[in-house]
Design a protein around this ligand. Sequence first.
Ligand code: NAD
Length: 494
Amino acid sequence: MKDVETRLFIAGRYVEAAKSARFADIEPATESELAEVSSASADDVNRAAVAAREAADHGPWPRMSAEARANILGRFADGIEKRARELGMLEARDVGKPVAECVNHDVSRAARNIRFFAAVAQTWTHEATQSDAKFLGRDLKLVNLTERPPVGVGAIIIPWNSPLMLGTWNLGPCLAAGNSCVLKPSEMAPLTSIALGEIANEAGIPPGVLNIVPGLGEAGAALASHPNVDAIAFTGGAATGRRVMAACAESLKRVTLELGGKSPNLVFADANLKQTAAGVARSIYRSQGQSCVAGSRLIVESRVASDFLELLKKEISRLKIGDPLQEGTEYGPLISAAHRDRVDSFVTEAVAGGAKLLAGGKAPITPATGFYYLPTLLDEVDPNFRAVSEEIFGPVLTVERFDDEGQAITSANATRYGLAAYVWTSKVDRALRVAERIKTGMVWVNSFFLRDLRTPFGGAKMSGLGRQGGRFSMEFWTEPKLVCIAYGEEEHDG
Ligand code: NAD
């Protein structure tokens, strides 16, 4: 692919990796090489972390007013929007997601993330309290300032499924609070993250404030253990999350982990079944199931189960599967051949164990090229099947049934994960009752993934640690600091 930047971005300049190391970035829809991308070594990560430290300790960014930073970040968001088509196409090619979703949702959300946090940071003001004290025999008054300076240098490590949206979701608060950072995109889809460097320069973000190091897992590991890094926002799988947290323990870095999920869709007989079928289909098959909040377990009330599954099959048959770059496409390929094989292994194993395949379970005949896997519906599953207990991160929906509310909640909670849950019902009291008892960080009622950016995003149990969004992100990216000023009556000599 010509005219696409593939190098590291350090201290405001695109540079080659040491020894010109590169890795191949494969396009999921064509199975061919999209680009050869610079692969950051531990030395390159060190260069980026030194640049970020220099910007944090001696540069203008943390010393500017939040308003001045917001003006620059506003231009950064404008730059993202101005390139919406270009970035959306690039993300569609790199990730395999439909271009309409990339342009209309992910790119516009990326710009919104930046603008939103630039605005929040301006409300993140110092607080002052007054109190009395006695010191060295004098009666004093105290003015206690609670300041909120930036933490310093942030590391942002992201996965491949929504690089623009996830990168900016963390960059927004990190930069708006006055930190500098090193962004490490996934080796599977690094191109749109790399493109942010040029947009940052055009917006006037000072050199060293944003550094970008595409690379393999070793680059992430080098970043997680780097002494210059003060805080890490990690988004990815639970196994990697544990490694990142262990690295943070060594130097007591603060860390937030946004990990995987196995989110239940609870469908009650009193729900509007037609709308619910469309909602459930969207929750699992959007982005081919490669979404942390995918509603991958259907738990449906027995007496409406067969009607509901028929509606769901209709929704599946309506999905437009095809080339992600075609405007009407709703469903593209998976990220890689290895991932498609992994997804298939869960399905094959479940079917061998007695599960019934109601849809999918294989690659489509067309498109013949690309890592496609059909939207899959698996009935008659045993809760002990790996397909039910482990995150597949693919387009596979398993079906369980319940006869009463208590049983529905027990099934929903029978997982190590706790990211999201979806409750479909027309009864408000039921919705509130069930939401209260479900052990997840987020519960959506009669909807999927509708976001007010002020609210907390994150998971319970093995789905993560900490929350992002509004003040939750600002708390993470700032270090509350007390400045206590004592004063008293004027003293007269003699
Ligand atoms: P992954 O854990 O394999 O990789 C994530 C990132 O970590 C990549 O950039 C990778 O290069 C890097 N990495 C690998 N080894 C590392 C190490 N030892 N130290 C530091 N960094 C390292 O995840 P993935 O396959 O890219 O993404 C899929 C996972 O991400 C799924 O589990 C999904 O649920 C999760 N996810 C979570 C959220 C959320 O907000 N909760 C959002 C999107 C994806």
